[in-house]
Design a protein around this ligand. Structure first.
Ligand SMILES: [Zn+2]
Length: 378
């Protein structure tokens, strides 16, 4: 979902990042405010003024979204949930969390904090707008504040749709979860409603395009697709968690591991291992001891004409916590390292001995078998 992200600053302990897709949206918003919306409502101002209003409006929206996500994050932290930070991307913002909320009540409070904060912001802006009107503030300022009143209202209403994983959908899931005490069932129902809403948006988007509202239609269509994907992957996340949480890495590892000896040449490593097994990283084992790791990256750093003379020992690195894990560690931890580092295989290490390897592919295969056999439907 995320491309290149830029970290902007830290706010109350949370990292605030923007995805490059948000920059595109910010430019589009500024542009449409400066050329369409503000000139339509406030006639007779200069072009430069409209642009300043556009920039102020987009900045205000930026602050509003961060405030919304910050409120989610603060409530989450109160309930002891570790938060990764806030990221703004093409469809708004997300407060990223690693785990599911600890209880139905925690989830309800966390989810409700977002729309509530947007309602508060919208009301505050409306208050300022009225105050400004009475004290005769200039039109450009009134215009921007009026826009922020409106856009925060939209943020609140859209997020309150009971379409999981939007805030409203999370609130719905928490109510279902509290009622039946079954997270998987609650997530399934809520995400099916999310899929339905996504479908409605997609159909409305297509209708809009046919009715001549091309940009608006494409936009609705894309939000619909996004919502459907998010609903599907959130449900899968819950299934994954239930399949792996509380189980040890040892259960999912393979113990027949392809290892290399440190004395072979780089040419041999390439011919007999990399071209044969197609892995990107190999554990280096000498006399039963794990002595290092060698990866495609290190091979690439050596010019090809030196491959025959130089050995693996010269280029191997120490294995890092990024590609190793203990056999008794929770399997969810393995998945979270894999997703964070994008190393699809982790070596399972006990002391200085390599006891196995755990791979994303094996874990996903197992998950799909489990879903098939155990009918993970309800
Ligand atoms: Zn929210």
């Amino acid at each position: 979902m995320f491309g290149k992200r830029i970290t902007l600053f830290r706010l109350l302990g949370f990292e605030v990042r923007i995805d490059l897709s948000w920059v595109v949206i910010a430019v589009l918003i500024t542009w449409s405010l400066a050329l369409r919306l503000f000139p339509g409502y406030y006639k007779g101002l200069s072009k430069t003024t409209y642009w300043w209003m556009g920039i102020a409006g987009a900045l205000g929206l930026f602050v509003s979204i961060i405030f919304h996500e910050l409120c989610h994050s603060l409530v989450a932290r109160r309930y002891g949930l570790p938060m990764k930070g806030i990221t703004l991307f093409i469809f708004g913002g997300v407060a990223e969390m690693d785990e599911e909320p600890p209880s139905a009540k925690a989830e309800f409070m966390m989810a409700a904090a977002g729309p509530l904060s947007s309602i508060v912001l919208s009301s505050a802006c409306y208050g300022i707008f009225i105050l400004g009107k009475e004290s005769g503030w200039p039109n450009p300022i009134a215009g921007v504040i009026g826009y922020l009143t409106y856009i925060n209202g939209i943020l609140a209403v859209f997020n309150l749709l009971p379409a999981f994983p939007l805030d409203g959908g999370r609130m719905l899931r928490s109510v279902l979860w509290g009622w039946k005490r079954n997270l998987r069932w609650a997530t399934r129902v809520a995400s099916q409603i999310g899929l339905g809403f996504g479908m409605v948006l997609i159909i409305l988007g297509i209708l809009q395009v046919f009715l001549g509202n091309f940009i608006g239609g494409i936009w609705w269509f894309m939000i619909g697709i996004f919502l459907q994907n998010a609903a599907r992957s959130s449900y899968q996340q819950v299934l994954t968690r239930q399949a792996f949480e509380g189980k040890k890495v040892r259960r999912f590892m393979k113990s027949d591991v392809v290892t290399v000896s440190s004395s072979i040449s780089i040419a041999q490593l390439v011919e007999d291992y990399i071209y044969k097994h197609h892995f990107k990283m190999y554990p280096v084992v000498d006399r039963g001891r794990l002595v290092g790791c060698v990866s495609l990256q290190q091979v690439k750093e050596v010019p090809q004409e030196e491959w025959n003379q130089r050995t693996v020992r010269e280029i191997m690195r120490q294995c890092s916590p990024e590609n190793t894990i203990g056999p008794e560690v929770d399997a969810m931890k393995a998945l979270s390292i894999i997703s964070r580092t994008r190393n699809s295989r982790l070596m399972v290490v006990e002391g200085d001995r390599l006891v196995g390897i755990v791979s994303l592919k094996d874990m996903l295969n197992l998950l799909s078998l489990k879903m098939d056999l155990e009918g993970y439907k309800g």
